[in-house]
Design a binder for this molecule. Structure first.
Ligand SMILES: *Cc1c(COP(=O)(O)O)cnc(C)c1O
Length: 359
């Protein structure tokens, strides 16, 4: 990675480590045992990333018509599950041969009925389960409470084209394996009896994504083996759809120093580009981990910022760096998920980064 990063003729740039990603997904696949694995494309839908993951996942979870079209073009024939709130009639029409549709409301189900086509359905449940320590909880507008779930189950039962396959429950994110397992077992305790009384043969549970990624200690990986082993005792067909914990680790945002300023004792390193290319530290409220690829020497505190005219354009605050001067190269690591694709690229109209791939 360093060699490629230092050989680039223009910064900023993203580098994706495809062999590293492939090793990572293979290890996850093996550790999970019989649990079905879909990749949540919204974490990073880069075509090379999708092609690298494809042989090692059972399918791709998409959350919009745009993602659906992109994944179909990039990975023809790969199973897709279509989820996400507020699906339009047009999107549902596009999803005609999706492996699963994750229905979010009775209104969506009515739209499916109106299309008059067959569909294999998971109903997304919004269950009142407590999730301590979650980075985000998916209560609020996602999925359905028991009343709406029952209404949907009745509608499906009365429609020969629709098949109730199971329940989908992506309830929280940022959880470690023991907490996620506990949550999955509590979901199953409710969902399996519910599905059994509503005619779902071979009940299926999609327990979502949200596996923790610790940006402060990149080497502390989610315990996929413990998770897979614990899920195996649930008497249902189990599927998960992680995003971040699959792709976060194998992307770098590499850029160079434009200016170094000390203002009333505070040192700022101004880097080419900014959080309009790498929004992750702003949305997560963390210091993006980084490596200085050129300079060495005794470290002192500085704040790493970009070129945007806003005080929010901060990659990392008060971090220790060696003496830096214009031209030094800094690589932000763990920039492979919810990085480029969640960023506000056009703000200030700076040039876009190039994309490079380690193969
Ligand atoms: C975002 C999302 C995922 C993936 O979550 P990660 O935190 O990236 O693992 C999976 N399922 C649903 C429904 C989502 O909205």
């Amino acid at each position: 990675m360093n060699e490629l990063a230092l050989s680039l003729d223009a910064y900023p740039a993203y580098i994706y480590d495809l062999p590293g990603l492939e090793n990572h997904i293979k290890a996850i696949r093996t550790a999970l045992g019989g649990t079905e694995l879909f990749y949540a494309a919204k974490a990073n839908p880069d075509a090379e990333i999708l092609r690298t993951l494809a042989p090692h996942v059972d399918g791709i979870e998409v959350s919009s018509g745009g993602e659906l079209t992109h994944v179909r073009e990039t990975l023809p024939g790969k199973p897709v599950a279509f989820g996400g709130p507020g699906k339009t009639p047009e999107e549902l029409r596009l999803a005609h041969n999706a492996t699963r549709i994750h229905v979010e409301s009775p209104t969506e189900l009515a739209r499916l009925v109106a299309l008059g086509r067959s569909a294999e359905i998971l109903l997304r449940a919004n269950l009142p389960l407590k999730t301590p320590n979650a980075a985000l909880t998916m209560s609020g507008p996602f999925g359905m409470d028991e009343d709406a779930l029952n209404e949907c189950a009745r509608l499906i039962a009365g429609n020969p084209r629709l098949t109730l396959r199971g329940v989908h429950a992506h309830l929280a994110s940022g959880l470690d394996a023991p907490t996620m397992l506990d949550l999955a077992h509590r979901i199953a305790e409710w969902a399996i009896p519910w599905l059994n009384t509503r005619g779902a043969e071979e009940p299926e549970l999609n327990v979502g994504g949200g596996m923790a990624v610790d940006y402060a200690s990149p080497e502390a990986l989610f315990d996929w083996h413990a998770y897979g082993t614990g899920l195996a005792s649930i008497p249902a067909r189990i599927r998960i759809e992680p995003g971040r914990a699959i792709t976060a680790y194998h992307g770098w945002y590499v850029t160079d120093v434009l200016d170094v300023k000390t203002i009333r004792g505070e040192t700022y390193v101004i880097l080419r580009g900014g959080t309009h290319h790498l929004r992750t530290p702003v949305t997560k409220g963390h210091d993006q981990p980084f490596e200085v690829l050129t300079a060495t020497g005794s470290e002192s505190p500085a704040t790493l910022v970009g070129q945007l005219c806003t005080p929010k354009d901060v990659f990392a605050r008060d971090v220790l760096v060696p003496p830096l001067t214009p031209g030094d190269v800094v690589a932000f690591t763990m920039a492979g998920a919810y990085a480029w694709n969640i960023s506000h690229h056009d703000f200030l109209m700076h040039p876009k980064p190039a994309f490079h791939y380690l193969r």
